[in-house]
Structures are given as C-alpha cells and as structure tokens.
Design a protein around this ligand. Structure first.
Ligand code: NAD
Length: 430
C-alpha cells in the first residue's frame, strides 16, 4: 500500500507545507539494491574510554561519513560517558542522510556497579539519539564480548540493509563452531544451504524467501494448500520448491522433515494470523486459532525438526514476534499473547539449541510493515501506526527480510537469543 504522505513530503511544495505546519517530514530511506549495495562515505571510527578491541576494517570516512562507529566498550564510569559525548557531539551533524550510528558496548559487569551504570547508560543514550537524529538515520547499540564474532552484525547495521532497524540493543556473544566472515562468499553467504520459510507465499514471507534466495539459499516456500499457486510461482522463480502444508496439522513437523531429506539450515517461522476482537467479545475459537498458528505450531515444528536432526549443525531458527507482543495492543490479546510467547521460546531455547545442536534461535519483531495485513487497518489507526516511530513511516517487507538474512548468515553464530525489532524505533513498547 502506497504511503502518499511520504511521497508528498518528498516534493518541494510538500516539504514547504509540512515544514510550515510543523508536521512530520519522514525521509525517503536508502535501501539495498543490486546496483548500489553499499553506502559511499565510509565509516568514521571513534573511541570513548580505554578500548582493547580490534575489529573489522571499514572504508575510510569522507567529510560526510555514511556511518559512525563508536567503540564505548571501555567506558566504565561517568567520566567515560563524557567521552561518549565528546566523541559524538562534534560529528553527529555531519552523518549523511540515511546514515548510521552504531555504538559498541560491553556486557554489564555484575561485580562493578559503576561499570554497569555507565554501560546501561549507553542504552538510554542510544535510544534518545535515535529519536532525535532524523533524516532517515538510525542509531543502534551492540553489546559484545568479542569483536571478531560481531562482524556480520556490524556489516548489517552499517549497511543500507538495516534501513528500518533503529533504537535496538543487540547482544553478540562468543561463537561456538565459528564460521568467519572471511570464509563466506560475501555475495552468496547462504550458498549450499537450504532455507524453509513458512507463510512464504506472500507478504513478509515472500520477501524473506526472495532475500534468502538472493543470498544463495535453496528456498522451500511453505504455505497453506489454498495459497499453493502463489507459493509454486514464487518457488519456481527462485529456483526452489513449494510445500503445501498447514502448519497447524499435528504431523506438520514430520511432513517438513520428510520434504527435507538432505536436511535444513535455516528455518524461518513467518506464518502468522490475526483474529482481532476485545477479550470481552472474543470466543474461544478466535483465541485458539491464533495461538495455534502463531505459537503452538512454532513450538511443535521446531521440536520436531531439532529432534529428527533435520536442522543441521550451524543451523539458524528465525521466528517472528511482533511489536504487539512487546507493547500489547487493544483488540489483540490473542495475537499479543502468541507473539510474546515466541519471545519466551527464543529466550529459553537459544542457549540449549546452541549447546545441543549448534543452532541459533532468534526472532524478528516487526512494527508497522506495509503489507495486506496492515492495509486492512482503518485509515486513521493506520496513519498513526505509520508515523509513530523515529523514522516517521512504515517499514517494507524487505526490511524484515534483510534482518532475517543477517540472523541466518553463517557468520552470525554469536547472535543468539535476540529479539530484534524492525520497527523504525516505534514509540510503542519502547
Ligand atoms: P500475511 O497475512 O500477508 O501473510 C501470512 C502468510 O502466512 C500467508 O501467506 C498465509 O497463507 C500464511 N499462513 C497463515 N496461516 C498458515 C498456516 N496455518 N500454515 C501455513 N501458512 C499459513 O502476513 P504478513 O503481514 O506478511 O506477516 C508475516 C508475519 O509477520 C506474521 O507472523 C505476522 O504476525 C508478522 N507481523 C507482521 C506485521 C505487519 O505489519 N505486517 C507486524 C508484526 C508482525
């Protein structure tokens, strides 16, 4: 669905009028394209506090850097925070439109409350800067223990692929069974891997299937039998295959495993439904159908694919939560419960799946994304949903897809148990 307001504010009269009226002026976001896959302008590297990190190399910055990477891992006290101010204050204005600010932080030290206070302060700092920086620029915080394990994450956050990811705090641990970025084909990181996307026939799922195929994966597009024509068409175009299956079927996990005799590397739980009604008016059937698709099937099929060994070592699970699961939403007690349940699944399973199967488990949590689901929302609520975030606009399915592709990347093994919002820093549930 077209965002006419965004198109209007992109014109000279639109900018003039909305400026005079004090209305939001969302910037057109720069996204990844085949022709222009990376930012020009380089990355300005800054340090606050004593740092012992040696990280990946990035192109040198111009006068208007596309990105600023501030290493604040050595900040241990309030004086160190003053160095954060001193480093960013003079340069933040020069960051290009649609540019990036990424702050690197350290894990909170349980034995040093001064360090913990200073490192936690970086979260409030990052989120506040994200809200004020404007011009389509994003600000994120990465807490890391080992910079080399964070390379795929930094490359994603510093690229046009992360256009709608802002105000996030992402933890990157140490990697087990490491695939170094250097060992991976940068253009086709998923070459030789198989990915299955549930609900892949349309909307966000179709964008995920396309993006994983772009990255070299052989994609299985799973959707309900009623959507099999669309699923087949997409799978054929992507050189993959389609699987007509309702994920709520009791044997869905076994049938997925059967369709993947050579194993699976990337499992994307994207299928989801809404059946909105306030709790007082909600019959049990509306409750259970949403819980069944969005949560129970995700739990059942995940268990089946891990237990049968279909998900190979080095595998990735990316589930789909939602802003509604984090912030709550009137009329969506069923949906909000199901999506919060996905967050619980991720947090509990992630360390065990890594220890027992070397599989990571993460979730994307989309905010307002322009799809058929959000086109059905009444006009005024839809307009509010679009604007109530730091970027002043809705995201596109490809924004969720790019985030999924980063989590699915072979070098993202140290990103585990994370719930990453793709919401333009939504004001809800912040
Ligand atoms: P959509 O309705 O356009 O697509 C969902 C797909 O899932 C459809 O192709 C549908 O046939 C399939 N599906 C539904 N039930 C299924 C089942 N039982 N078995 C197999 N396939 C099934 O939705 P979308 O907007 O693309 O959303 C995709 C995911 O993102 C969902 O989990 C949704 O909850 C989540 N999400 C979307 C938004 C948004 O703004 N669009 C926001 C937050 C979360």
């Amino acid at each position: 669905m077209a965002d006419r307001y965004l198109s209007f504010t992109g014109t000279a009269p639109g900018r003039f009028l909305t400026g005079r009226l004090g209305l939001p002026q969302p910037a057109a976001l720069r996204r990844w394209t085949q022709e222009s896959p990376a930012f020009e302008g380089g990355v300005l590297l800054l340090t606050a506090g004593k740092s012992e990190l040696s990280g990946p190399e990035f192109p040198a910055p111009s006068d208007t850097p596309a990105a600023v990477l501030l290493d604040a891992t050595g900040v241990r006290d309030v004086e160190g925070l003053a160095e954060v101010h001193a480093a960013l204050h003079p340069v933040v204005r020069s960051v290009a439109a649609s540019g990036r600010v990424v702050v690197l932080g350290a894990p909170l030290d349980a034995a040093d409350h001064h360090q913990a206070a200073a490192q936690q302060a970086l979260e409030g700092f990052t989120r506040s800067l994200g809200k004020e920086i404007g011009r389509g620029r994003t600000v994120n915080l990465v807490r890391l223990t080992d910079a080399s394990a964070a390379e795929s994450t930094l490359r994603f956050l510093l690229s046009p692929k992360s256009a709608y990811v802002s105000g996030q705090v992402i933890e990157v641990g140490r990697e087990v069974g490491r695939a170094q970025e250097a060992d991976v084909d940068p253009d086709h990181p998923l070459a030789g891997r198989t990915a299955l996307v549930t609900g892949g026939a349309r909307g966000i799922g179709a964008a995920v299937a396309e993006t994983l195929a772009r990255d070299g994966a052989r994609v299985v597009v799973l959707d309900v039998p009623g959507a099999s024509a669309d699923a087949e068409r997409l799978a054929t175009r992507l050189g993959g295959s389609a699987l007509a299956l309702d994920i709520t079927a009791p044997d869905a996990g076994a049938r997925m495993a059967e369709a993947l005799p050579d194993g699976l590397d990337v499992l994307v739980h994207n299928a989801g439904v809404t059946r909105d009604r306030r709790l007082v008016n909600m019959p049990a059937e509306r409750w259970s159908s949403v819980l069944d698709v969005n949560l129970a099937s995700v739990l059942r099929t995940t268990d089946a694919l891990l237990e049968t060994g279909t998900l190979r070592r080095g595998g990735r699970i990316v589930a789909t939560a939602s802003n509604a699961g984090l912030a709550g939403n009137a009329g969506q007690t069923n949906y909000g419960a199901s999506k919060a349940g996905v967050v619980g699944l991720v947090r509990s399973l992630a360390p065990r799946a890594m220890a027992e199967h070397q599989v990571t488990v993460n979730a994307v949590a989309p905010g307002f994304i322009e799809t058929k689901m959000t086109a059905a929302i009444p006009l005024f609520i839809r307009e509010a949903g679009r604007r109530m975030n730091s970027l002043g606009q809705g995201g596109l399915p490809v924004d969720v897809a790019e985030t999924t592709a980063w989590l699915a990347h072979p070098a993202s093994g140290a990103v585990n148990g994370q719930v990453v919002r793709v919401c333009g820093q939504s004001l809800l549930g912040a």
